[in-house]
Design a binder for this molecule. Structure first.
Ligand SMILES: O=C(O)CCC(=O)C(=O)O
Ligand SMILES: [Fe+2]
Length: 294
C-alpha cells in the first residue's frame, strides 16, 4: 500500500477497529479528535452552512443542506481526512482490493428540524460492481453537534454488510448511533444505513469523509474540487489521496507521468511517458524485454 501510516499509530489498534468493522459493519471511535478541532471546523463552515440552499430530491432530502470540498474551505478538515488511525483502518479494509486508496468525498451535512428519515441504503450501490466479498468504500461520519436519536442521528443496521447485502430484508433493527463532537462513526460501503428524521428543534450538523478503492470513480470529482493550484499547498500524502498519484499500473496519469508533476513549480512543456507498474508487472516486463534481447 502506498499510503504512509505514521508510526505512532499502533498496529494492534488499527487491526482491532478493522476487525470490529468487518464483524459488525460499523464501529465508533470515541474522542478520535479533540472537540476543539471540530468546533473550529464548524465555525469555518458557518457561512457555508447558512448560505447553501437546501437540497432537492428525496435522497439528499429537502430539509437537508450539503456541500463538499471541505479541504478547500477549512484547514481543520485535514486532521479528519488524514486521521492516522482511520487511514490505517481504511488501508486494512480496502487494501486487499487496490494498490492505493483515494478520497471519495468530504461532505458537510446539516439536517434541519422536520427532516424526514432518509431511505436506508448502501453507499456501494453507486457503483455496480459485484457484491459480497469486495469492500469498495469506508465511510466516516464526524458529528459537529451531538447526534441523538431525536435529531436524526445516523441509523445503522448492524451486520447488514458483505454478503448480507443480498438479503431482501435486514436481519436486525437499526441502531441510532448517539455521539458527541470528536467521536467518529465508521461504516462500510456495504452496510445498510441512512440519516434518521430530525424531530428536534435544532439543526444536526456534521460531515462525512469517505475513502474508496483507488481505481474507482470517486463520488466527488477530486481533481475539480482540488485543482493543481489548490493541491500544491497540500502535503504530498494529502495530494496523493485526492488524486495526485498514479494507481499502478498507470491509472490516473498525466501525459504518461504521475499527475503530481502538475504540483511542481516548473512544468516541462513535453513529458515522456514512464511505466508505473506493480512489482509483479515490473518483473514480467523485465523478463519479456530480456528475452527479446537474448
Ligand atoms: O446524514 C446521515 O446520517 C447519513 C447520510 C448518508 O448516508 C448519505 O447521504 O449517503
Ligand atoms: Fe449514505
Amino acid at each position: 500500500m502506498a499510503t504512509a501510516i505514521p508510526q505512532q499509530v499502533r498496529a494492534s489498534e488499527t487491526i482491532n477497529w478493522a476487525h470490529a468493522l468487518l464483524e459488525q459493519g460499523y464501529c465508533v471511535i470515541p474522542a478520535a479528535v479533540p472537540p476543539a478541532t471540530i468546533a473550529a471546523l464548524d465555525a469555518d463552515l458557518g457561512a457555508d452552512f447558512a448560505g447553501t440552499p437546501f437540497c432537492r430530491g428525496g435522497f439528499y432530502g429537502e430539509r437537508t443542506k450539503r456541500f463538499g470540498r471541505l479541504l478547500a474551505r477549512s484547514r481543520h478538515s485535514r486532521s479528519l481526512v488524514m486521521h492516522p488511525t482511520i487511514l490505517g483502518i481504511a488501508d486494512k479494509i480496502l487494501g486487499p482490493w487496490c494498490d492505493s486508496i483515494q478520497l471519495n468525498l468530504t461532505q458537510a451535512i446539516a439536517l434541519h428540524p422536520e427532516a424526514l428519515p432518509q431511505l436506508p441504503h448502501r453507499d456501494q450501490d453507486m457503483w455496480r460492481g459485484s457484491i459480497g466479498e469486495v469492500e469498495y468504500l469506508l465511510n466516516v461520519m464526524w458529528p459537529f453537534t451531538p447526534y441523538r436519536e431525536e435529531n436524526g442521528t445516523t441509523l445503522i443496521w448492524p451486520q447488514s454488510h458483505g454478503y448480507r447485502a443480498f438479503d431482501a430484508r435486514p436481519a436486525t433493527d437499526p441502531i441510532a448511533v448517539e455521539m458527541q463532537p470528536g467521536d467518529a462513526l465508521l461504516f462500510l460501503g456495504s452496510t445498510l444505513h441512512g440519516a434518521g428524521g430530525n424531530r428536534s428543534h435544532h439543526i444536526r450538523r456534521g460531515a462525512i469523509v469517505s475513502y474508496c478503492l483507488g481505481w474507482l470513480k470517486p463520488y466527488e470529482n477530486q481533481w475539480l474540487a482540488y485543482p493543481p493550484e489548490t493541491a500544491r499547498h497540500f502535503d504530498p500524502e494529502l495530494a496523493a489521496l485526492v488524486g495526485y498519484r498514479q494507481h499502478r499500473p498507470n491509472l490516473g496519469n498525466y501525459e504518461g507521468q504521475c499527475p503530481s508533476v502538475l504540483l511542481q513549480d516548473q512544468g516541462q512543456s513535453r513529458l515522456g511517458a514512464v511505466d508505473a507498474l506493480r512489482p509483479d508487472q515490473e518483473q514480467l516486463i523485465a523478463a519479456h524485454v530480456a528475452g527479446q534481447r537474448d
